[in-house]
Structures are given as C-alpha cells and as structure tokens.
Design a protein around this ligand. Structure first.
Ligand SMILES: *Cc1c(COP(=O)(O)O)cnc(C)c1O
Length: 383
C-alpha cells in the first residue's frame, strides 16, 4: 500500500525528491533504506490481518518502492496508489486485462511498444474490440467513440511522436473513457501523466527509471480506487510480482534518477545536434530539438525530453557498420541505461521503420567522448 505523500522529504526539487523518495522514518541503528525482505510468507498468528501475510500479495520492500514511485509520479496528490510488477509488460497487461471485458472497446496506439500487437491479439481473442491510430497528430481522437479505455504512449517508442495528453484526456473523459499513459520513455521526471489528467501512469521500470540494465520492473500509478483494486486483484491472480531483490535494487537506483536523467537528456540533445550536421543521417528525431515535429506539444507537457533519439542511415549495411564501429555504444535493445546503447530496430520486425533506422539511447558518458565516438563511427561506416 502506498500513498503519494511526500513523507519526510522537505524539498520539492526533483533531485531532493529522488534521493529521499520512499524512505521510511529513520530508526536508530538501522539502515536508511532497509534491505530486501526475502519472505514467501510472514509470521501470522491468529486472524489474517495486517499488511504482510503472503509474499504474492504484499512485501515491505515493494511498499517502500511503491511509495517512492508514487512520490515521483504524483507529488503532493492525495489518494494515489502505486503497484509494482515483475516487468513493464506485467504492468501494462494488468491494467488492460483488469479493466476490459468482452464487448468493451479499447483504443491503442498503432506505433507503440512492439509487444502491443500481441496484446491486441489476446484482447480480440477475449471478445474485446481493438482500434488503433498513430500517436502523432492526436489521431487516436478520431477512433475514441464509445471506448472503455484509451491507451497512450507519448513519446512513442521507437518513432518519438508525441500526442497532446491533456486534449486526449478531456475528449476521453467527456465520453466516460479511462486513460492510461505509458510513461516509460519520459520517466516521472520528464512527464507526470496524472497531472495531465490521466487515470493511470504505467511504465517499464526496466529502462531509465532503474537505469543500469540489470533489473526488469513495471509499475502502475492510479487515482481511481475501484480501478486500482481491480489492477491489484489481477496482480494477485497472475502473480506478476517483482522479486524483493529487484524491488530493492530499483529503489536504490531511483536515488540517482535526477542525476542520470539530466545528464542523459542534455547529452541526447548534444548528440542530436551533432547528428543533424551529417549528410548521411536522415529522419533525425528528438523531441528536445526545437524544430522537431514533437517539440511544440512536448514542451507544453514534458519537463525533460528523454534520452532516446532516432535516425536513419542510408542502408541496412551502413547501419550495421555504424553499430559495429561505435566503441562507446553497445549494440543492444532496451534504452535508458547509463551506458549508451543503439540498435537497428528493423532487425526485430514489427515496427514500421526503414532498414537503416537506428534507435539510440544516450548514456551518462562524457558528452564530448560520446560525440567523438559517434562521429568517428559514422566516418568509419561511410563507404
Ligand atoms: C520496454 C517497454 C515496455 C515493456 O517493459 P518490460 O519491462 O520490458 O516488460 C513497455 N512500454 C515501453 C514504451 C517500453 O519501452
């Protein structure tokens, strides 16, 4: 159980909030962040009451992490509840499958996370109508009529389009439609969907929230008690729970969130500016670039623009040579880690991207080192 109270955190800046998020009242001779509670079951004499009974239902290490995430996603908001999950997909599935029933309609982005088409197939198998539209241009507005749930992903992964969350929420709520926003790419320091009116902020904590590429995690933050009770029930039924060690690692990692996000976002802009001068680079996207198609709306609803940029090299071979030549950029999927990663996204299939399309996640290296490495790799990959 968690609330969004700012607890003992005296400051309101993101860095202060991040380093103190979710910490319990200090206890003499005890660590400030208690270690992971490894327990499948808890001492439970007599009546079944109190918060901790069985390890699939609740765990004190999750409780602290859930409080921390709630403080970041919805600072100062009352009545907000946070639930953590084994992965981002566990969090997404728990919202979607707990809120929708046969005969309902859901609107998904057509350009969202690559597993959404599998979710779509499963929803349809359960008799739920699925409509899709692109993120850019708020196109999901056009297919909203009568939907039970609107799912937004802004910025979208990997295309980096942005939608006007407030505008979509207003239209959705006018028709009685709940709204969930996938906040993975932005992180709560980049964007706070609940403040923009959304009913759920959902994310993969696997990416920049934890930032070291060593943990899978997901979370749901919501303010509708009934809806959240259904999400909690779904987590219990499916058992999609985080391990105590993962939850603790995530909580420890959140202490550096502001440092990492600020560094990585600033360097992402620097790398994007260096890439735009290169003739072989096409379709460069970064919402933080002032002339990016996403920038106007992003600047209204985001406080930081994320660490992911995307661009297209002329051919698949050219992109592969670039990825081979870069020494500070690991060829890997996922994003948000302290070490830069990039991949040719088309290798997975599924995303509607050109063969030479690269999704680049900017890490915490020194910006001059990273830019030099990227430019050298581009030189080396030219024919
Ligand atoms: C990675 C990702 C997910 C899924 O998260 P997992 O932790 O891998 O299950 C969902 N949405 C977005 C936008 C992602 O990037």
């Amino acid at each position: 159980m968690s609330d969004s109270g700012t607890g003992r955190s005296a400051g309101s800046g993101d860095g202060t909030r991040a380093v103190r998020a979710g910490l319990p009242e200090p206890v003499k001779n005890q660590p400030h962040l208690p270690g992971p509670a490894f327990a499948a079951h808890f001492h439970l004499p007599g009546d079944v009451d109190g918060p901790y009974t069985y390890g699939r239902d609740q765990n004190p290490t999750w409780s602290l992490l859930e409080r921390a995430i709630g403080e970041l996603e919805a600072p100062g908001q009352e009545g907000v509840e946070t639930l953590t999950f084994a992965s981002g997909m566990a969090a997404i599935s728990s919202v979607v499958f707990s809120q929708l029933h046969a005969g309902d309609t859901v609107v998904l982005p057509s350009d969202g996370y690559q597993v959404l088409p599998l979710v779509r197939a499963q929803l349809e198998a359960y008799g739920i109508e699925v409509r899709t539209a692109p993120t850019g241009g708020d196109a999901q507005l056009d297919v909203l009529d009568g939907a039970k749930l609107l799912w937004l992903e802004s910025p979208s992964n990997p295309g980096l389009d942005v939608c006007d969350i407030r505008r979509l929420v207003e239209a959705a709520h006018a028709g009685g439609t709940l709204v969930a926003v996938d906040n993975t790419l932005a992180t709560p320091l980049g964007q706070r969907p609940l403040e923009l009116g959304a009913d759920f902020a959902v994310a993969s904590g696997t990416k920049q929230l934890t930032g070291h590429g060593d943990v899978l995690l997901g979370y749901v933050v919501g303010r509708d008690a009934e809806a959240m009770a259904a999400v909690r029930r779904w987590r219990k039924i499916v058992g999609a729970i985080p391990g105590p060690m993962e939850a603790w690692l995530a909580h420890r990692s959140i202490a550096t969130l502001q440092l990492r996000v600020d560094r990585q976002c600033a360097t992402a802009l620097t790398v994007a500016e260096a890439l735009r001068k290169r003739p072989e680079v096409a379709g460069l996207r970064y919402p933080g670039l002032p002339d990016d198609p996403s920038h106007k709306i992003a600047s209204q609803q985001m406080r930081r623009y994320g660490c992911v940029i995307s661009f297209t090299l002329p051919t698949r071979a050219h992109a592969d040579r670039f990825l081979d030549a870069a020494r500070l950029v690991d060829d890997a999927t996922s994003f948000g880690g302290v070490r830069s990663t990039a991949e040719r996204r088309g290798r997975w299939g599924g995303d509607a991207v050109p063969e030479g399309f690269i999704r680049f996640s900017v890490g915490a290296e020194d910006p001059e080192d990273l830019v030099a490495d990227v430019l050298r790799a581009l030189d080396a990959s030219a024919e």
